[in-house]
Design a protein around this ligand. Sequence first.
Ligand code: IPE
Ligand code: IPE
Ligand code: MG
Length: 249
Amino acid sequence: MVSFMEIPRHLAIIMDGNGRWAEKRMLPRIAGHREGAKSVRRVVEECRRLGIGFLTLFAFSTENWGRPQGEVDGLMRLLVQFLREEAPQMAAKGIHFHVIGAKERLPEGARQEIAATVAKTANCHEMVLTLALSYGGRDEITRAARCLAMDVKEGRLGVQDIDEDTFSSCLDTADLPDPDLLIRTGGEKRISNFLLWQLAYSEMVFSDVTWPDFGKQELLSALEEFSRRKRRFGLVRPEPEKSLFAGGR
Ligand code: IPE
Ligand code: IPE
Ligand code: MG
């Protein structure tokens, strides 16, 4: 146990293991995704209670489009259902909803529901909940490069003005701070094309628990682990101050 819990300003989660959760129970994979949606509700609520300012959840990657059509369709239906059910709750609890990723690839129904949820929660300030949908870090970086190239070509920007700040401002996450902590559930220890630029100095905690089984206890234990980390950002940490009279003088 740590004596105090450090709360990350921005927590990002790769919600993995829905399929394996279902397969272990001889259920179709979509049953795992359905159960995963319940975890989203629980974790969002707990993060808001803990005072986490920004929560970003990886829900669907650019590579996930390559899954069997039935699973992709099922996930899109689940997304629409989730937003329909949760939007009023989000608005009531002050949760500002936001999406990152190549939204134009999403089906029309999902895009409409996203727009409605964003509008409904526009004046909420308790927490920013971002869903990464049709999201890939490489895709996001490529789109940002294209956007900067257009600005240079059309004379709005000089090549010498391209620095880390202008680049960041062209990413989908322009309005978000970098994540302090990344949690990946489901046992794999990889990034899978999530927030490649933004995770440069994030702490990472990997949990073996599959996402549908990830609850309050697992979240708290990841936050405890985060609280024990010593972040240095490439610098040298100052020595803790020593008493002048300490140690055999
Ligand atoms: C994560 O669970 C959800 C999505 C990627 C949409 P998976 O569907 O990847 O579950 P596993 O990793 O196959 O168990
Ligand atoms: C990462 O999980 C994507 C999401 C959680 C949405 P995947 O299951 O798609 O990643 P890999 O295949 O294990 O790398
Ligand atoms: Mg997976």
